[in-house]
Structure formats: structure tokens, C-alpha cells
Design a protein around this ligand. Structure first.
Ligand code: KG4
Ligand code: ZN
Length: 354
């Protein structure tokens, strides 16, 4: 396994990321170039703009990953790259880069599903995490509860019927006038620490639906209404220029939102654990991964749920929860080791091949 070395490339959304990982799980390098500044300025991900930012960053990010690992592309066993889900213009930048390198050095390519990578990176950080396990994947675009029975064998227990939790964090943060350069989620988590989580009684989504699906659109609307009824001059007044009363009112909204957003996760996880244990009684762990899993409050609350069910919570460190190249390289290794990869592309295939 140590002989296997894989470069992972990730460009599915707003981060350009690359990493080099060894077959035994040793991380040789990890580079992320974030578009947070761009997003803060333009109020969200615009695909064309994100594509341009990826195009500007990709060569440097990949070269940096190889340099930091003290390797050249020649030393690699394969190149792994995210092929979906994500913004197609953005995915394309990563895939073209991967195919160029692989073509030049006759390396196999491993195409990676972004959400599988979020789940499997937990097996890099937790060496005794064996299949089957349960995974809650929470990010900007997805909310998934899956039962991972084996490599490549996943049963979906729940998904979102509208928005993902990360999207709700980002919108709420924007409406509360938070500094989006840090990312909406982290900024909201910080503000929520100063607020009273019981001050506003938002209703918990989908309590009457006895399934494992998620919904965050209704909670977003409730937040919007709460902000409007308090006449906080959102967006135009950044929180840095809010007076103390206004500031504490925003903190209360943030804390109340976070409490209910996470209660919804707790509900769904409790049920999913019950379901999963019926299908696979040998399950020992719930993996929680994806950008929102870097939130400390989320981790603490889910830890309770999991412990009450006699399972163990496995959360990768925050830098491996948010989008990164390591998870792609690692998932590439898992597939490569069982022979799931594509042959090297032609050395000079046309760029419009895709
Ligand atoms: O997995 P990820 O990096 O990208 C996607 O695949 O979408 O997740 C990004 C999402 C964003 O919505 C971001 O606001 C959220 O994860 N996020 C957080 C935190 N850190 C990142 N949400 C809540 N609390 C955090 N600390
Ligand atoms: Zn992600």
C-alpha cells in the first residue's frame, strides 16, 4: 500500500484543491485555494466566475501539491479527480487538468463522486472504521444520510427535499449582515455563541414526516420573517456597524436558527440509526462529514445522539470536512486498490474531449 501515491483534484464548487496521499493514509501535501473573497463580493457562486477562478488557480495549486510532497507527476500511481456532483463548468476545470497530467505521464484516472469522498475520508483519519457504517453528509449543496455497506455499495436513507443545511447557514449569515469572507457557516457559528438559543421558537422541520429526509426551506423563511419583524436592516448594515441592541438581537436569531437546524439533524439521525441497525446490526459508527460537520455545536449535539444509541461518532478534522483534495486522493486510493480506475488518456487528447 505504501507504494501507491495518488494526486487528488477537487474543483466541484468554489474551492480549488489538490493533495497527494500515500496508500497507507499518509498525507504528503494538501493545498486549497478558496474563492471566499469573490463569493463575499458577489453574494454567491456564479458558475462562470467560479470557473474563471478555478482556471486561474488550478495549475499553481496542483504544482504546489506536488512540490510540497517532494514529488513530480512521474512518481504518482494515478490521478483522482471529482467528476460530480457539482457545477459542470467548475468540474470540467479539474477533470481537464487531471487528464492532461495523466495523459502526459501515462497514469490511470480515478473518477470520484464528491459525496462518497466526504464519507470515505473518515476511513483515512479513523483507521479502524470498517464497513458497514452510517454517514450523515452535510454541506452547502447536499444533506444525505447513507448506509455504507461496502466500498461502492451505498444505500440512501434520506436526502433533502429542498435546501441543504449549509445553504440555510449561508443565507441566514448573509441576512444577518455577517462577514462572508470567513464563510457564512463559521461566521454564524461564532455569532450564535453570544445569543440566546431559546429566544425565538422556530418550528422544527418535518416532525410529522416519519422518514429520514430533510427540509431547510421552511426554516429559512421563518428566519427571514423573524429578521423582518425585528426591523434589522439586513445586508446593508454589516454587523460590525450595528449598535449593541441590534447586535444581540442578531445573535439571538443566529443561536435560535442553529438550535433548530441541528435539532432537525438530531431527529433524522436518531431514526436513521434505528433503521440502519435493522438492516446492518453490526454498525458501530456514525460518520459526520461535509463542510457543516466542522461546526463544533453540530458535533457536540450529534455526539449525544450517537452515544445514546450505543454507537460512536466519527468526525474528520475540520480541514478534511470542508472541500479538500485529500478526500478525493484517499477515495481514489480506495478504488485504485481494488482495481477500479480508467486507463491513461491519450497523451494529447483534444481539450474539448469532454
Ligand atoms: O462540503 P463543503 O465545503 O462544500 C460543499 O460540498 O458544498 O460545504 C460547504 C458548506 C457551506 O455552506 C459552509 O457555510 C458550511 O459548509 N460550513 C459551515 C461551517 N463551516 C463550513 N456551516 C456551519 N458551521 C461551520 N463551522
Ligand atoms: Zn463538499
Amino acid at each position: 500500500r505504501e507504494d501507491v501515491v495518488i494526486l487528488g483534484i477537487e474543483t466541484s464548487c468554489d474551492d480549488t484543491a489538490a493533495a497527494v496521499v500515500r496508500g497507507n493514509g499518509e498525507i504528503l501535501s494538501q493545498v486549497v485555494s478558496s474563492q471566499a473573497d469573490l463569493l463575499a463580493r458577489y453574494g454567491g457562486v456564479a458558475p462562470k466566475m467560479a470557473e474563471e477562478a478555478h482556471l486561474l488557480a488550478i495549475d499553481k495549486v496542483v504544482q504546489q501539491a506536488l512540490d510540497n510532497a517532494n514529488l513530480t507527476a512521474h512518481d504518482l500511481s494515478a490521478v483522482a479527480v471529482t467528476i460530480g456532483p457539482g457545477l459542470s463548468l467548475c468540474l470540467r476545470v479539474g477533470v481537464c487538468k487531471a487528464r492532461r497530467i495523466a495523459g502526459m505521464h501515462s497514469l490511470p484516472i480515478v473518477g470520484i463522486h464528491h459525496m462518497e469522498a466526504h464519507a470515505l475520508v473518515a476511513r483515512l483519519t479513523e483507521k479502524d472504521l470498517h464497513f458497514p457504517f452510517l454517514a450523515l453528509l452535510i454541506s452547502g449543496g447536499h444533506n444525505l444520510l447513507i448506509l455504507a455497506r461496502d466500498l461502492g455499495h451505498y444505500v440512501q436513507l434520506g436526502t433533502t427535499i429542498d435546501d441543504a443545511i449549509g445553504e440555510a447557514y449561508d443565507k441566514t449569515a448573509r441576512w444577518l449582515g455577517l462577514d462572508m469572507k470567513k464563510g457564512g457557516g463559521p461566521a454564524l457559528e461564532e455569532l450564535a455563541r453570544q445569543g440566546d438559543a431559546d429566544s425565538i421558537k422556530f418550528s422544527i422541520p418535518m416532525r410529522q414526516h416519519k422518514d429520514c429526509n430533510f427540509s431547510y426551506a421552511g426554516l429559512k423563511t421563518q428566519v427571514r420573517l423573524a429578521i423582518e419583524s425585528r426591523k434589522i436592516c439586513i445586508e446593508n448594515t454589516p454587523i460590525s456597524s450595528a449598535n449593541p441592541d441590534d447586535r444581540s438581537s442578531r445573535a439571538d436569531i443566529a443561536a435560535s436558527f442553529q438550535r433548530v437546524a441541528v435539532l432537525h439533524l438530531e431527529d433524522r439521525c436518531e431514526r436513521a440509526i434505528e433503521w440502519a441497525l435493522k438492516i446492518e446490526p453490526s454498525i458501530k459508527c456514525l460518520v459526520v462529514s461535509g463542510g457543516v460537520a466542522s461546526n463544533q455545536y453540530v458535533r457536540k449535539r450529534l455526539n449525544h445522539v450517537v452515544n445514546n444509541s450505543g454507537l460512536r461518532l466519527v468526525c474528520p478534522p475540520p480541514s478534511l470536512c470542508t472541500d479538500n483534495g485529500v478526500m478525493v486522493a484517499w477515495t481514489g486510493i480506495e478504488h485504485f486498490l481494488v482495481g477500479r480506475f480508467d486507463p491513461p488518456p491519450l497523451a494529447n487528447e483534444p481539450e474539448d474531449y469532454l
